[in-house]
Ligand binder design. Sequence first.
Ligand code: PMP
Length: 311
Amino acid sequence: MSTPQAASPRLGGVSVATAVDGAPGLTSVPFGSNSVQHGTAVFEGIRSHAGPRGPLLFRLDDHIDRLLGSAAALGIEHPYGQEELRRLIVEAMAASGLADAYVRPVLYTPEPRLGVDLARFAFRLGVETWAAPGAEAPAGPGIRLTVSPWTRPSPRTFPTGAKATGNYAVSALAKTHAVRAGYDDAVQLDPHTGRVAEATIANIFAVRSGRLVTPWTQESLLPGITRDTVLRLAEDLGIDTSEEPLTVDDLAGADELFLTGTASGLVSVASFGKCELPPERAVFEGLNRAYRDCVRGRGTARSGWLAPVVL
Ligand code: PMP
């Protein structure tokens, strides 16, 4: 297979960073910034898709809740509330002029001081937007997935639901190792149970005899917003779903495997380790269609899931 698509899409076009206390334009962060030196920033990744009447940000409020939760989990203090973050992210999107986009709000500290007591630093928001593939982009043949020798961090090491930049060194380690070994991505295991947790920056689903299963949140994983969306869409489609413990053998015996994440949406898995998966992927295709309709405002999005970019 020659089209590694993995769970990180090619982002194109000019990225625009907006520091909210400055004018839109490329923003520089001091090299000595604590966020650069120690990975002490929290962030979100949000997708916007072209809708019938303009760009639609998908599940914006849920992403903002998670951003606020990540900041609280790390003891980061900042001046923003839900409403202000919403306004600033929508403004950054509107300023970008993009419709199909990946939007990254980051709470970071520009302060060029060392030390790791985050209460001593002033944090502020920056928002970066990239052009990203639209919901009509072809699904691709699927990725080559393996199992990483690197486990997820224990929840006793780091709060698994928090998106902090420093924590992504763990994902980078596992992903880089997988790509060097000839795969596109890797599943990481829970450090205590040894069961499947998630892929490096995405959640995982398996289909077994028509049943859709995903690791339960007791494993060390980030319970993704796309994961939640897929579980709800599956219910709408009458698919039997379950969040439960999953082993590597469960994945190896699956009829279908796919990953979910905001950046890439649903990504089908073509092979797991040395085993090819069957080419039929009816459950993936049905859910991918429903997801793509939903993010464009064509399907049955729940109320509050689509935020129009209007000022
Ligand atoms: N797990 C990890 C470690 C991630 O970084 C992501 C991407 N945010 C996900 C899962 C998927 O989460 P979401 O669907 O909310 O993007």
